[in-house]
Design a protein around this ligand. Sequence first.
Ligand SMILES: CC(C)(COP(=O)(O)OP(=O)(O)OC[C@H]1O[C@@H](n2cnc3c(N)ncnc32)[C@H](O)[C@@H]1OP(=O)(O)O)[C@@H](O)C(=O)NCCC(=O)NCCS
Length: 173
Amino acid sequence: MGHLVLGPDALLRALRPGDADELALAANDREIWRNLRDGFPRPYTRADAERWISYNEQLALPLNFAIVLDQHVVGGVGLVPGHDVHRHSAEIGYWLARAVWGRGLATRAVGAMVRHGFDTLGFVRLHAGVFAWNPASARVLEKNEFVLEGTMRKWALKDGHYVDAWAYARVRD
Ligand SMILES: CC(C)(COP(=O)(O)OP(=O)(O)OC[C@H]1O[C@@H](n2cnc3c(N)ncnc32)[C@H](O)[C@@H]1OP(=O)(O)O)[C@@H](O)C(=O)NCCC(=O)NCCS
C-alpha cells in the first residue's frame, strides 16, 4: 500500500515499528482519549503503540494509517468495517496530537481516507458517532460532506458520563 498524499508537508502511510515512540508521544493525551472509544488506551504507552503497530502489520486490508506531518507521526486515521448487512459500511475514526490541532490537518486526513474507503476498499457508506461535546470533530466531517443524520441519545458511556452522539455519514454516489 502506497502513501496517500495530503500535500507537500503531510501524508498518510502504514505504521512502522520505528513509529512507536512518536505514536505514543502524540497519543498519550486525555483530551484525545476523551473523544474516542475506550479501546484507545489511557495512558497510551510505548507498549500500546507497539501492540497497535504489530496488529496492523497482520491485517489483510490497509485500514489504519499514521498521519505524518513534516516526517513526524502526529496522529492516526482508520476504518472499522461493519459486519453482516453492514458489510458495505465502515466507521471512520481519527485523532491528532494537540500541538497540531486547528490547521486543517484532520480535514485533509479524513478527505484522503474517504477516497481510500470508497475507491480502494469499496465501501459504500462511511459513518461516525461524534460525542456531543466535540464540535471540532463534527466540523471536520461536515467539511468532508458528511451529513448529520440525527442525534443518538446517551449513545456512549464515556469518562463517567452518558453522552449523546451526532450520527454523521457519507454515502458513495
Ligand atoms: C477533532 C480533531 C481531529 C480535529 O483536528 P484538527 O486538525 O484541529 O481539525 P481541522 O483543523 O481540520 O478542523 C477543525 C474545525 O473545527 C472548528 N472548531 C474547532 N473547535 C471548535 C469548537 N469548539 N466549536 C466549533 N468548531 C470548532 C475549527 O474552526 C475548524 O473548522 P473551520 O476550518 O471551519 O474553521 C482533533 O481536535 C482531535 O484529535 N481531537 C481528539 C480526538 C477526536 O476528537 N477524534 C474524533 C472523534 S469523533
